[in-house]
Write a protein that binds this ligand. Structure first.
Ligand code: GN1
Ligand code: MG
Length: 368
């Protein structure tokens, strides 16, 4: 039994207040727990310092974003929207984190009450909410000067950088020459030049960086248990300057695959255009006014790229012996990679209708 979560939970509360600490969610990087106390529940997390080498910068970003969002007045008629608030340790220190004797860095945040998250999409109404939630978040942080945010994870979502890491892993590791690994290697080889599609557009000045979430996958959007409305985005460690396309692509890839990221039957992995339409409707309703014509043009490619990039990241981690993404069994990161590659292929097969969809949705936005 690991006593560290209970000890960390107690560091954020007066003596005797903590009733129970239990694992929460299905994150692949940090460890997350629900802490029940007499005064209600909070979320406790141990930051993965192998992934985030400068936890203090992560925490500073959380404070910056929280203060920025707190300053915003809700407009009349706005539906419920909440932001996870940092809890300060009980010893009165200002810093909202706790370093335990074993070297772990812990933080506590408010629990967004009466909400739930899903690992697999349920229907198009939910897809609309997931898109709307991401759009609301982008809109809320759009006027946060990117210079106020630290780069907490260098190279995050710079796909050519993941390609370099993959090549190094391939050279270093003795790859098991199975049909699965050979298929992955061939799949990546055919898409090497595609890896730089967004970075080149950025270098040409066609796309600009803005503050982004970095990890808005399906289960990082909290949905009201009663109304089903998106009410919060959680998991803010990767909020930093980047292209909104990384986020839009991540939202599309994680929501439009009904089989989910952990699918075991690859035949069920498909990109669902009907869900993509609902997501984009929601997103554009909340954030469409921020986007340029060039931004819109790159949306279909961003869905394809971020699926491919995640497949590349999972496969590289498989080659490296599962050092980055947590696994519960051998071969899990290989299977996750195959799922993302199957999804990439499904997006490629539907690229034209996806482009037509973005065009249709945005011409009606412009005409409205
Ligand atoms: C990681 O830990 P989690 O599940 O929120 C990863 C994301 C991936 C995701 C895939 C910091 O996020 O980039 O898209 O797994 N986060 C980081 O499930 O690498
Ligand atoms: Mg995350």
């Amino acid at each position: 039994m690991d006593h560290a979560p209970l000890a960390a939970a107690e560091a954020f509360h007066p003596p005797g207040a903590v009733l129970r600490v239990s694992p929460l969610g299905s994150g692949n990087v940090n460890d997350t727990f629900l802490v029940e106390t007499q005064a209600g529940s909070v979320v406790l997390q141990r930051l993965n310092t192998a992934v985030f080498p400068c936890p203090e910068q992560v925490m500073r970003n959380l404070q910056t974003v929280e203060a920025h969002i707190q300053r915003k007045e809700p407009s009349p008629g706005d539906s419920r929207w909440e932001h996870p608030r940092l809890v300060t340790p009980a010893d009165g220190r200002d810093e909202p984190w706790y370093c335990c004797a074993e070297g772990g860095v812990w933080r506590c945040m408010s629990f967004i009450e009466n909400t739930r998250s899903v690992d697999r999409i349920e229907d198009a109404a939910q897809a609309y909410q997931l898109g709307l939630g991401l759009g609301r978040f982008h809109h809320l942080i759009s006027d946060l000067p990117p210079g106020e945010l630290h780069d907490t994870l260098e190279g995050f979502h710079i796909t050519p950088h993941y390609l370099d890491q993959y090549r190094q892993a391939l050279v270093r590791t003795e790859v098991q020459p199975t049909a699965e690994t050979s298929d992955c290697i061939a799949f990546i080889r055919d898409r090497e030049s595609f890896c730089s599609v967004l970075e080149q557009a950025k270098a040409r000045g066609e796309l600009q960086e803005r503050p982004i979430h970095g990890d808005p996958k399906i289960n990082n959007v909290m949905l009201d248990r009663v109304t089903g409305e998106a009410v919060a985005l959680i998991d803010l460690d990767t909020v930093k300057p980047g292209l909104v396309h990384y986020d839009i692509g991540d939202c599309l890839r994680s929501c439009c695959n009904r089989a989910g990221e952990e699918a075991t039957d690859l035949r069920g992995v498909q990109f669902d255009l009907e869900l993509a339409e609902a997501i984009l409707r929601g997103y554009l309703e909340a954030a469409g006014s921020m986007l340029t014509a060039m931004d819109l043009r790159f949306i279909p490619e961003s869905a394809r790229l971020i699926s491919f990039e995640l497949g590349l990241r999972f496969f590289t981690d498989h080659l490296n012996g599962d050092r980055y993404f947590k696994v519960s069994e051998d071969g899990q990161n290989l299977r996750r990679a195959q799922v993302q590659f199957a999804l990439t292929q499904s997006i490629e097969e539907q690229l034209e209708p996806l482009q037509a969809l973005v065009h249709r949705l945005t011409s009606s936005v412009e005409a409205a």
